[in-house]
Ligand binder design. Sequence first.
Ligand code: ADP
Ligand code: DP6
Ligand code: CO
Length: 361
Amino acid sequence: MAGDCGKWVVMVTAQTPMNMSVIKYWGKRDETLILPVNDSISITLDPDHLCTTTTVAVSPTFDRDRMWLNGKEISLSGGRYQNCLREIRSRATDVEDDENGIKIAEKDWEKLHLHIASYNNFPTAAGLASSAAGFACLVFALAKLMNLKEDRSKLSTIARQGSGSACRSLHGGFVKWIMGKDEDGKDSLAVQLADEEHWDDLVIIIAVVSSRQKETSSSTGMRETVETSLLLKHRAKEVVPKRIPQMEEAIKNRDFASFAQLTCAESNQFHAVCLDTSPPIFYMNDTSRRIISIVENWNRYEGTPQVAYTFDAGPNAVLFARNRKTAILLLQRLLFYFPPDSFFGLNSYIVGDKSILKDAG
Ligand code: ADP
Ligand code: DP6
Ligand code: CO
């Protein structure tokens, strides 16, 4: 370790978008390694709208690892943070900053402590995949700081151990999380199906129904589902394995009708599985269900799907419009059905696109 009087700090900042699944991950076969019961597919969103920004810093003056989330210090003692930190430290390599005369040797990383500050520019723990953007950003920023040589798919196996859905945010565009077969989780990783340029017509609109923290976290919810739902077993064995190749085909061919049919069916089966859990879990509310009816009626009236919906573990709607013209019509309709002061009002709309991971290092 070298540097001026040991008073140096080296920092890296990264920005990572959230991803929204269209084939859902719900249920683990291994709680510690975070191995899922089925493959899943998602779209990584534009970081200008919904993203996490994380700064990681290292200095010989830090006496322990510390982390602040949205300005409040949080404990790093949980297994998920510890697993990510351990995996990254074990792969750290030499860092040389000639300009400032700082040199950190591979062996020094075990002794050095970190300070981490992370901000989500969208609601945390409200069913908008904050854990996905959050852990992907943490792993990406630390990998930069510690000069890891691993590629993004390999890094996705580390992010997965923070939050399953996080592995998919390591890639932009359309992404598949392959569940893998190994017991050690080495082959449970994210791969890019198509990059952010693919299927440029697609517009994503997020209707924020509620920013409140959900009552049942995704981790707790899916654990209870695995323990009690028979429908989940059927879904993981019979339904998802058939839908994965169909969704890959729909994405490849920019086939909006098939994409919409599969996306809506996936969202509905995921929420059916939540209802099949004992005690049942309700993530959607009356506003969510009204949005589903509006989209279903519209699609039926047109005779071919114009818009697809998906809801994660929360009441907020993620809507996919087949093109920009439809997206404008969709926004008009949402404003008509949910005028700003109405009882069933929406908090805000976020219009996004597919995008890539930003590295502000
Ligand atoms: P969500 O639907 O928002 O993903 P989850 O219940 O899956 O909700 O996860 C929320 C948890 O993810 C938070 O309580 C926190 O532990 C973690 N998390 C959220 N944002 C970040 C972040 N930026 N950095 C690290 N961890 C985060
Ligand atoms: C409904 O990845 O948040 O968003 O792995 O326990 O952290 P943990 O859960 P998380 O679950 C996401 C569930 C989902 C569907 C999805 O993203 O595929
Ligand atoms: Co989550």
